[in-house]
Design a protein around this ligand. Structure first.
Ligand code: ATP
Ligand code: MG
Length: 326
């Protein structure tokens, strides 16, 4: 069975965008692939995180994955920082990565431009991501277009290492869903919804109060045309809400257009709000049961142990090949 891996950074609360773009895909894949899903807490550290909040969030992410439908019996679920071999492998990979290649990463260029006071971790981030992928010989990495370049870097590092020392890593591929949806910010539908976004009005968190979710959708930025049809360029706000409804309610964009052909934005937004709230209410109910139960530790211990066993083996193989073992 081919292996896939994905991780979410605990830099904010899990958003509807993360749910639709990452978690829901993993749920679809969990019967078909040997699936690894983790909380990427080391990746979150490229920007300052409040320690108390971070600790709380890490566990809440795990509970939320399961509440959304990630089945602990079908997935290896773990916390990245509990596996010390991942950063150790990352360092060895750093020594096999050209500085210029790391500097060329679009995310690095964008984020370092936004904040001149960035950490070295921002530059090495994609190499840590390569370690996440390569230590467990993942075959595929389901990502949004924004992460494609990082998976390509992981591929290149793996090929370079394999060529220099003979075959050590599986060379991974991206798994990009053909009609994968990028959910946009409700206040500014020209940019993507992000959990680290400062203005909460544009972002729906799975932890949000249902009344707040309803209000955010009703107040979402739209054009003044008052006709519900899909046109991402001229009607980004309405098209975004249509994408959300389509995934949440399992209905095609065409059927949404037919359903609302004689109706205006007010009714449409109310409908989207009611469906999103209905869906998130169920997730929140399951989340409460899981976070208040004592099942999480056993799941995390199992995930950590398997992850460490694989990474330790890979680290030792690397050290033997490189020559740092006695
Ligand atoms: P941050 O603002 O800290 O970068 P984020 O919301 O972008 O947070 P990530 O942890 O960077 O979330 O990404 C986790 C996963 O969610 C990735 O697979 C990414 O492609 C996906 N993802 C993130 N935002 C969206 C979105 N708006 N629509 C669809 N998928 C998304
Ligand atoms: Mg992101």
């Amino acid at each position: 069975m081919a292996r896939i891996i994905t991780g979410l950074k605990p830099t904010g609360e899990i958003t509807l965008g993360n749910y639709i773009g990452a978690i829901k895909q993993m749920i679809e894949y969990q019967d078909k692939y040997d699936s690894f899903i983790f909380v990427a807490d080391l990746h979150a550290l490229t920007i300052y995180q409040d320690p108390i909040l971070l600790r709380k969030r890490i566990k809440s992410f795990i509970a939320m994955y399961i509440a959304c439908g990630i089945d602990p019996n079908k997935n290896t679920i773990y916390i990245q920082s509990e596996n010390p071999y991942i950063p150790a492998i990352s360092y060895l990979l750093e020594c096999h990565t050209n500085f210029g290649d790391a500097q060329r990463m679009i995310q690095f260029k964008e984020k370092s431009r936004q904040n001149a006071n960035f950490s070295v971790g921002l530059l090495t981030y994609p190499i840590l991501m390569a370690s996440d992928i390569l230590y467990c010989d993942a075959n595929f990495v389901p990502v949004g277009i924004d992460q494609k370049q990082h998976v390509e870097l992981a591929r290149n590092i793996a090929i370079k290492f394999n060529n220099r020392y003979d075959s050590t890593f599986t060379v991974p591929d991206v798994l990009i869903k053909e009609n994968g949806t990028k959910i946009k910010d409700l206040k500014d539908p020209t940019k993507k919804m992000s959990k680290s976004e400062e203005n909460p009005q544009g972002v729906i968190s799975l932890f949000d109060d249902l009344g707040d979710i309803e209000n955010k959708i009703k107040k979402a930025t739209t054009d003044s045309d008052n006709k519900v049809f899909f046109d991402e360029e001229n009607k980004p706000g309405i098209s975004n809400l249509m994408n959300i409804l389509s995934v949440i309610d399992n209905i095609s964009i065409k059927d949404i257009e037919i359903m609302f052909q004689d109706k205006g934005y007010k009714e449409f937004k109310e409908y989207v709000a009611s469906k999103v709230c209905e869906h998130i209410k169920e997730i929140q109910k399951k989340y409460k049961e899981i976070i208040n139960s004592d099942t999480l530790d056993a799941i995390l211990d199992k995930g950590r142990d398997l992850s460490i066993a694989l990474a330790k083996d890979k680290y030792q193989k690397m050290c033997t090949k490189i020559g740092t073992i006695r």
